[in-house]
Design a protein around this ligand. Structure first.
Ligand SMILES: [Zn+2]
Length: 341
């Protein structure tokens, strides 16, 4: 079985974006604020948006199941206040839940949180609880920078995040550390902000003792871990300077990387530097990089090709494709076992 742990609903029907644009306009002009009930998307529209996009590519590429969360760049936690974010998260999470109900063999939901800059992260807990208990979400996406590129929130090691971690530990769910759209002109959203955030989140974990407080807390750092694997020696050296334990003891029981690296040398480096137990298969399709690589003739985001060609043995490849995901996402493992998988 091949599990893609990083998929977003980037192909939602246009009505979603139209509703969101009306909501954003309603911040300045409250009389135009749309009601949630004004967004109507039928099951047939959802089916069509999935079958002709993600599911089509999954079948072509031989992927079985995707952990599916709301479109990351659309989370845009910096827009409006908590109420705006909250309403938006409810809508987006419900759509991913409906997709998981329409395609229960292929999609399992992960939740976005109604984060808002300057607002206590604990306010996200009711939505988190609903998504796990009622919608069967197996993970959350946690935005370390709800300001959208201005980094006004305290680091992930700050105690203000702890209520979320306590809930994650209680439910035994991981968080993918995932920023959203950059509203800072210095940072391109997917080219800089995402990779900066991945690297930043890792370093925040490194300098802290977060996992001493939460030994079973698990973070998935996407996009291959940003700059982390490439600069592994720097991080090991910094840990040593800071009198931290070896990274394998300090972080690698809790931090995992995905394979959303869009060329073979990148995956070769990832699998060489990072222990295979910490690598989870993912493609993030249909996402930021949708084109065909002229050097290979294949889609950049067809990451299975790179994993197939990586220098790992069959057992290690099975861990990357399935075993590690079942270990890091225990609720997914339980769900699959109830289906005899
Ligand atoms: Zn993503």
């Amino acid at each position: 079985m091949i599990i893609d742990i990083h998929g977003h609903y980037t192909t939602a029907p246009k009505a979603l974006e139209t509703w969101r644009n009306r909501q954003i306009a309603g911040i300045k002009n409250p009389s135009g604020m749309p009601k949630v009930s004004e967004l109507q998307i039928s099951d047939d529209e959802l089916r069509e948006s999935i079958e002709s996009n993600q599911l089509k590519l999954m079948r072509e590429r031989g992927l079985d199941l995707t952990i599916f969360s709301p479109r990351a760049s659309f989370m845009a936690h910096h827009i409006g206040d908590f109420e705006i974010s909250s309403t938006w998260a409810v809508i987006c999470n419900e759509l991913c839940y409906r997709v998981s109900q329409l395609f229960p063999d292929n999609f399992v939901p992960a939740a976005m949180l109604p984060q808002s800059p300057g607002v206590d992260p604990a306010t996200c807990i009711p939505e988190l609880v609903k998504c796990v208990e009622q919608y069967g979400n197996v993970a959350i996406n946690l935005n370390p920078d709800p300001s959208g590129g201005h980094w006004t929130s305290p680091p992930l090691s700050d105690r203000s995040w702890y209520p979320i971690y306590e809930k994650m530990v209680e439910y035994d769910i991981p968080a993918m550390i995932h920023v959203s759209t950059s509203c800072n002109a210095c940072f391109h959203t997917t080219g800089s902000h995402y990779l900066n955030a991945d690297t930043t989140a890792f370093m925040q974990c490194l300098t802290s003792d977060l996992f001493r407080d939460f030994p079973t807390l698990r973070f998935v750092i996407p996009h291959g871990g940003g700059a982390v694997p490439y600069h592994w020696g720097r991080f090991r050296g910094l840990a040593q300077e800071l009198k931290k334990p070896l990274l394998k003891d300090h972080l690698l029981n809790n931090v995992f990387f995905d394979t959303c690296v869009y060329h073979q040398p990148g995956i070769d480096l990832l699998t060489k530097v990072i222990p295979v137990d910490n690598i989870l298969f993912a493609s993030e399709m249909i996402g930021a990089v949708r084109g065909i690589d002229p050097e290979t003739g294949h889609y950049f985001d067809d990451t299975k090709r790179y994993v197939e060609a990586a220098h790992v043995d069959a057992d290690e490849r099975r861990k990357i494709y399935e075993g590690n995901a079942r270990r890091v996402y225990p609720r997914l493992d339980t769900l699959l076992k109830t289906k005899g998988l």
